[in-house]
Design a protein around this ligand. Structure first.
Ligand code: PLP
Length: 400
């Protein structure tokens, strides 16, 4: 368990704005006992999301974009806009449409390096998207053709970074140009765009802020090779969330490394952007699941890796999500209740649908009790499927 004990462990870390962890836990418990959810239930804690947005907006010397894919729920987007986020990183035309439907004013950057022609055209002509990313010449040609040689384009060139061993998922394996290729792309794009940018994405849940210094070092090298004026710099996402048993530096240290690098390489004149997903939304989300069967130290839950728990399997071996039990009879789980390490099985018939944890829960837990899974706001409801007929779920937003 972490410092908050059994009850408070699922409510996130000390970063939470609320010091009354126990009171909040009781509010959530009462909500569950009133709703008695039969299907998985996602809870969004809006004040936590607002608090995290403020940390980014106050701490980062540039524009904070939200990476929509990490949690595209409308309540998330609306709360972020209310908190002052004015720019969104979309990767598909559906994400572009979603953001534009919710706000006519915010800016949208279309940040996937492989876009369909139809998506480029619709984004430009129907949704006022002016910012696109490329990592090949072919994609640049697609954008120019589909926007009919628009004169108001911002083109970002995406760089692949050397392998990031400090991130759990390394995105440079799939996207980005080599330094040499990126220099050529900058050169070509400069001739046709109104504003030119360069970007990288260090991979998700980066534990070491030095990854940003490394990224900026490559950026400096590429700009030097290209020998063209670059107007914008986007350092991507990948900021970590403080999951239990993971010692990660505070967000402010990541900002400091970025700001120091910007200064050291003389990038102060460029418009600076970052694209956090996980670090903005992870702590604001909780998932309520129900135990459908207990076999010794295995709990069969009504949700799993094809639902809101893909990350519980993906991170196995690194850490387990914080969990707490809400007994169906409303009885209290106290600090004295003995805990056992459990593993979870999801509801589908696929044997991939297992999460080894270990998840520390009361030894008395039984069928019908609910398991509250904390720090579950990122890549959870975003990744749900209907596989095997288990897609039903509920989403509610709360003001505490
Ligand atoms: C997924 C993604 C992000 C967000 O990553 P997090 O690890 O959730 O912060 C940002 N930028 C790009 C290009 C991405 O693909």
């Amino acid at each position: 368990m972490n410092d908050f004990g059994v009850l408070g462990s699922v409510l996130g870390s000390t970063l939470s704005p609320c010091s009354h962890q126990e009171q909040i836990f009781h509010q959530i418990r009462d909500l569950v006992l009133t709703q008695r959810p039969v299907h998985p239930m996602h809870i969004l804690r809006k004040p936590v999301l607002t608090f995290q947005a403020r940390r980014f907006l106050d701490g980062f010397n540039g524009t904070v974009m939200f990476a929509v894919k990490s949690n595209p729920h409308e309540d998330v987007i609306r709360t972020l806009i209310q908190a002052g986020i004015t720019c969104f990183d979309a990767a598909s035309i559906e994400e572009v449409r979603l953001i534009r439907r919710l706000s006519q004013d915010v800016r949208i950057h279309f940040m996937h390096t492989v876009k369909t022609r139809e998506a480029i055209r619709e984004a430009y002509f129907d949704h006022q998207v002016r910012v696109f990313v490329i990592d090949t010449l072919d994609e640049l040609h697609k954008i120019l053709h589909e926007t009919e040689l628009a004169s108001d384009l911002t083109i970002f060139v995406r760089l692949a970074l050397p392998k990031n061993k400090d991130a759990t998922v390394d995105f440079s394996a799939k996207f980005g140009a080599t330094p040499k290729g990126a220099a050529l792309l900058l050169h070509e794009a400069r001739l046709v765009c109104s504003r030119l940018g360069i970007m990288f994405h260090p991979g998700t849940q980066s534990s070491n802020p030095e990854i940003f210094t490394k990224g900026l070092t490559v950026v400096a090298d590429v700009i030097k090779r290209a020998n063209v004026k670059v107007d914008c710099l986007d350092v991507g996402g990948g900021f970590p969330a403080p999951y239990p048993h993971r010692i990660i530096p505070d967000l402010s240290l990541f900002f400091q490394f970025i700001h120091d690098g910007v200064k050291a390489f003389g990038f102060e004149g460029m418009d600076l952007y970052c694209e956090p997903g996980r670090a903005l939304v992870a702590e604001a989300g909780l998932l309520v699941t129900r135990v459908e069967l207990r076999k010794d130290k295995t709990l069969y839950l009504n949700d799993g890796v094809y639902g809101g728990l893909i990350e519980a399997a993906k991170w196995a071996g690194e850490f387990a999500f914080p969990v707490a039990c809400i007994p169906q009879d409303g009885s209290d789980v106290t600090e004295e209740t003995a805990l056992l390490p459990f593993r979870f099985c999801g509801p589908t018939c696929d044997s991939l649908d297992m999460m080894k944890g270990p998840f520390e829960l009361p030894e008395t837990i039984q069928e019908g009790d609910w398991v509250l899974i904390g720090m579950n706001g990122a890549y959870s409801n975003a990744c749900r499927t209907d596989f095997n007929g288990f897609g039903q779920n509920k989403f509610i937003s709360v003001d505490f």
